[in-house]
Write a protein that binds this ligand. Structure first.
Ligand code: SF4
Length: 191
C-alpha cells in the first residue's frame, strides 16, 4: 500500500470519527471539539490538565480553548481545582457527569461494531502500528508527543516506586498510565 493510500485511509477513518462525534455531541449539546477537550482531560496527568495543556493538545489558542472549557464547566462536565502548591495554577478535572458523557462516545460505536470479531491480539498490534505512525508523524512535524511515562526519557523507577525525573516527584502507578505534555521519547535530544 502506498503512502497516498495510507493517507486516504486515515482521512476516511478520521472523517467517520468526526461524524460520530458530531452526532453524539449534538445529542448532548456539545461540539466535537468540546468532546475532544473533555476526552483529553480524562486521559491526561496532573502536569497537563490546564488551559495550556488543552491548547497544546488541540493546537488551538488559549483564548479559543478558554471558550471551549467555559462551556464544559457550565455544563458541569469539568470543574476547576487550584493547585495545592501553586495557587496561580488551576487544574481542570472531569466530573462524574463528564465521565458518563464520555463513556457513551469513546470508543466510537462504529469501531466497536467493526472490530467485534477481531482478536484482542490483533487490535493490540494494530494499535501499536498506528502509535508508531503517530510517533513518526509527530517527530516529522516537531509536535509534542503527549505520551505516557512508560515511554518517557524522564521516567525513573527507584526501589519499585515511579518517579518523574523532570519534576522530581513520585508518581502513583495510575498516574504513569496517563498522557503528559512534558513527555519526551528517549531519542529526543534537547537543542
Ligand atoms: S516521566 Fe515523563 S511522562 Fe511521566 S510525568 Fe514525567 S515528564 Fe511526564
Amino acid at each position: 500500500m502506498s503512502i497516498d493510500q495510507l493517507h486516504t485511509t486515515l482521512e476516511r477513518l478520521c472523517n467517520l470519527l468526526r461524524v460520530e462525534a458530531r452526532e453524539h455531541g449534538a445529542g448532548n449539546g456539545l461540539l466535537p471539539v468540546q468532546l475532544e477537550a473533555l476526552h483529553y482531560l480524562r486521559e491526561c496527568n496532573r502536569y497537563s490538565d490546564t488551559v495550556q495543556g488543552v491548547s497544546e493538545y488541540l493546537g488551538q489558542t488559549k483564548g479559543t480553548v478558554s471558550q471551549t472549557l467555559k462551556v464544559l464547566e457550565k455544563r458541569g462536565l469539568v470543574k476547576k481545582q487550584p493547585d495545592s502548591n501553586d495557587r496561580r495554577l488551576v487544574h481542570l478535572q472531569v466530573t462524574a457527569t463528564g465521565r458518563k458523557t464520555l463513556d457513551k462516545v469513546v470508543p466510537a460505536m462504529f469501531l466497536i461494531e467493526a472490530l467485534k470479531s477481531t482478536s484482542e491480539a490483533k487490535i493490540g498490534q494494530l494499535t501499536d502500528d498506528l502509535k508508531g505512525v503517530l510517533r513518526a508523524a509527530q517527530h516529522a512535524r516537531g509536535a509534542k508527543s503527549f505520551g505516557a511515562c512508560i515511554t518517557c526519557r524522564f521516567n525513573e523507577t527507584i526501589d519499585g516506586d515511579f518517579r518523574c525525573g523532570l519534576t522530581g516527584e513520585t508518581l502513583i502507578p495510575k498516574d504513569t498510565e496517563k498522557i503528559c505534555r512534558e513527555h519526551q521519547f528517549p531519542d529526543v535530544i534537547d537543542c
